[in-house]
Write a new protein. Structure first.
Length: 184
């Protein structure tokens, strides 16, 4: 299975694990254990232990809280307090389990060798807090084609789509079709 990673932040990769938030459907990369583990490994995290149905449900619930927070940011609205509380609680819990350790160049987060639901949630919570408190918050955008979230890293902040190979290409083809049809 091919997984698209276009968010430019781990927390957006989590949010974007629902392939299409507009048309819905039954595709969810956290929908079953095998797909969820393959998706997590596609992020370059390394091995992921077995995930129970309850753990997947908790991860999906956390994902929706992260989505609520950043969808509000992308739309220029106030961050929902409930969603923010879920993210900050997960971040605090993650800090208590996965602290920092010394490296040759300073300090770094000490993540496990084999990931589980708790460590995945902690990673995504840390990424969300980093984005909420960092300098890129005003670059958070939502794709009008699928509602995936991403950081617009273009110099002139002109990125509109999750990717040209997905929604951008569809929009371009639709506009071409409409223009061609209007000329006849």
């Amino acid at each position: 299975m091919d997984f698209e990673h276009v968010g430019n932040a781990q927390c957006f990769e989590l949010v974007n694990s629902v392939p299409d938030r507009i048309e819905g459907g039954d595709r969810d990369w956290l929908g079953d254990e095998d797909t969820a583990r393959a998706w997590a490994q596609s992020l370059g995290l390394g091995p992921v232990r077995e995930l129970t149905g309850e753990e997947l449900a908790d991860l999906r619930s956390f994902r929706e809280s992260v989505f609520a927070v950043f969808a509000a940011v992308a739309e220029g609205n106030a961050v929902p307090a409930e969603g923010l509380q879920v993210v900050t609680d997960a971040h605090a819990s993650g800090l208590s389990r996965y602290g920092y350790g010394p490296t040759t160049t300073g300090v770094a987060r000490e993540w496990p060798d084999v990931w589980d639901a708790d460590s995945l949630t902690a990673l995504f919570a840390e990424s969300a807090i980093d984005e909420l408190t960092g300098s890129r918050l005003d670059r958070v955008k939502s794709c009008p084609g699928c509602r995936w979230l991403f950081i617009d890293t273009t110099r002139n902040r002109s990125r509109r789509w999750c990717s040209m190979s997905m929604c951008g290409g569809r929009d371009k083809a639709l506009r071409h079709y409409r223009n061609t049809r209007a000329q006849h």
